[in-house]
Design a protein around this ligand. Structure first.
Ligand SMILES: [Fe+2]
Length: 542
């Protein structure tokens, strides 16, 4: 007997307008019919349209129940989306979804609530999060969000939702219990153990009721399609479009450089004419949120000749340019005069932006942080090829001129001039914040997934010796002092307040309350499952 049909995810909300919102969910069958029931007594019905994800696969590193793979293998997943229309701002109504399989068997979700985009003047709680990546503290973090502040009205996710974008189970059903959707839907099952005490965290039921707006992080980007034998290697196999054009002329540029197809197939986001879903702006209550595509390839700082690193090519590949990594390549230009920069400039001059009470910009790469990932500078790698007398390649190195950091040189001055109050980002897996001389707040609240540490005190960044440019080992390379948390900072061993949280035990989340203008950050010590969540920092957007 065939088992009963199941939904691969609960439904979740996307792209609210003044009178509508999209409901999206996934199944592993194409089905005969997929519907949303909504309204009082769920008496209204709308049919969903169905698409199939084109690049989702599993491979030898996948952790799915009852199955192992020897190499990347296509996984069939269908996505259903319906737009519920005729809604009234401020009025929340119940809904559920139902999918009917080809054999007529059906499955319904639980009942959740939906609402269209909130009007200006509405007090909203928005969760600021990033870098979940199936990390051990993510489920605990999201569970504590719901236990502490209840249902939020929106989620802003500053990139790195998963580790390897085309590996389906990372989004849906990794059997260790920490996949993306289960965490954000209260269906995670992630076990943590301290001193022999086991606690299972479920995440929080969040995005069934609240729309999520996301930015692309480096982990949403996949490399060249199927040139490697595992999805991890394929993830690492990105090259610049211009190089792909030379190496693979006449073939698909997307398949032969890098792509964000799976991410774009999963989410329905606001779009800009220039950047589509990759960069966009949206009004949500009193906020104008501008989302940028600012992320680059992450490569190891290790100078060992065996690695394709951020500062050098691997020795074995010196004569194989098709195997080079080309350093930490930037996926979408943001430099002055680029298409994205011009779009940003126009957006910052738009009436929607100018009239908004709160002006917030979100992207993945940090402009200011104590984290490691801010070095080297956010700029196109400068390739240096060293040759011997016979013109044979001895080394291929990359430098990153700090005075050409596009975020600091080009983007931040624009944001300052436009009176942006908050710049929100992730990538380094820690919590810290900054205020620049013009009063712009910078917040990195990515101690959701586990930390990569802070360059502070005795802990220095791994920077290349003997290189020409300035690679900063400690503090914020872009010159700001971190702000000490205002309410209850952690203390160092000698009792001094620490201006960051970089911990594999203490997880952090932040909530922006548009009613008060306060951005509040909370910490939870996963070593003490019964302990209280502590509000440790708060600042106001004015
Ligand atoms: Fe990242």
């Amino acid at each position: 007997m065939k088992s009963a049909p199941q939904l691969l995810t609960d439904p979740f909300l996307q792209l609210p307008t003044a009178t509508s919102v999209r409901v999206v969910w996934f199944t592993e069958f194409s089905g005969n019919k997929h519907i949303v029931n909504y309204g009082e007594k769920l008496s209204q019905t709308i049919r969903a349209s169905t698409t199939k994800l084109s690049r989702t696969r599993e491979d030898q590193q996948s952790r799915v129940a009852n199955r192992t793979y020897k190499q990347p293998f296509k996984r069939d997943i269908w996505r259903h989306e319906a737009e519920v229309t005729g809604l009234t701002s401020g009025v929340r109504i119940p809904y559920r979804v139902m999918s009917v399989r080809e054999d007529g068997e059906n499955i319904s979700s639980d009942v959740f609530t939906l609402a269209p985009s909130p009007k200006t003047g509405t007090s909203l709680k928005i969760l600021l999060t990033s870098d979940h990546q199936l990390k051990p503290m993510t489920a605990a973090n999201l569970q504590k969000v719901v236990e502490t502040v209840g249902q939020v009205d929106g989620v802003w996710f500053a990139g790195d939702l998963i580790n390897v974008s085309d590996r389906a189970s990372e989004w849906f059903d990794d059997h260790r219990g920490g996949a993306l959707f289960p965490g954000l839907q209260g269906r995670a099952k992630y076990e943590m153990e301290h001193n022999g005490v086991k606690t299972i965290y479920t995440g929080g039921q969040i995005i069934q009721h609240a729309p999520m707006f996301t930015a692309i992080g480096n982990h949403e980007v996949m490399g060249r399609l199927a040139r490697k034998t595992s999805l991890n290697d394929e993830f690492d196999d990105t090259i610049p479009r211009a190089v792909a054009q030379k190496l693979y002329s006449g073939k698909s540029l997307i398949d032969n450089s890098f792509n964000t197809d799976t991410y774009e197939e999963i989410f329905t986001l606001p779009k800009s004419q220039e950047g589509g879903k990759k960069y966009y702006a949206v009004s949500f209550g009193d906020v104008r949120l501008v989302v940028l595509y600012i992320t680059n390839m992450w490569r190891t700082p290790n100078l060992d000749p065996k690695y394709t690193g951020r500062y050098r090519e691997a020795e074995k590949d010196l004569n194989n340019p098709e195997n080079w990594g080309y350093g930490q390549i930037i996926y979408e230009p943001i430099t002055k005069g680029s298409k994205q920069y011009n779009w940003l400039e126009a957006e910052l001059n738009s009436p929607e932006f100018k009239q908004a009470k709160y002006k917030v910009v979100m992207f993945h790469h940090p402009p200011h942080t104590l984290g490691d990932n801010i070095v080297p500078a956010y700029t196109d790698p400068v390739q240096i090829i060293e040759r011997d007398e016979d013109r044979k390649i001895k080394a291929v190195r990359y430098e990153y001129p700090k005075d050409k950091d596009y975020i600091i040189r080009d983007v931040v001055p624009l944001l300052e001039a436009a009176n942006v109050q908050l710049v929100f980002y992730g990538h380094s897996h820690l919590w810290n914040r900054f205020i620049n001389p013009n009063g712009v707040h910078f917040l990195e609240t990515s101690n959701v997934g586990n930390t990569y540490g802070a360059a502070w005190g005795n802990r220095k960044r791994d920077v290349p010796l003997g290189y020409k440019e300035d690679y900063v080992t400690l503090g914020d390379p872009n010159g700001l002092e971190p702000v000490i948390p205002t309410i209850d900072p952690l203390l160092s061993e000698d009792g001094q307040p620490i201006p960051y949280i970089a911990s594999n035990d203490i997880t952090v989340f932040s909530i922006f309350d548009t009613g008060t203008g306060l951005v509040s950050s909370y910490r939870f010590d996963t070593r003490k499952p019964d302990s209280e969540v502590v509000k440790f920092d708060e600042f106001e957007l004015k």
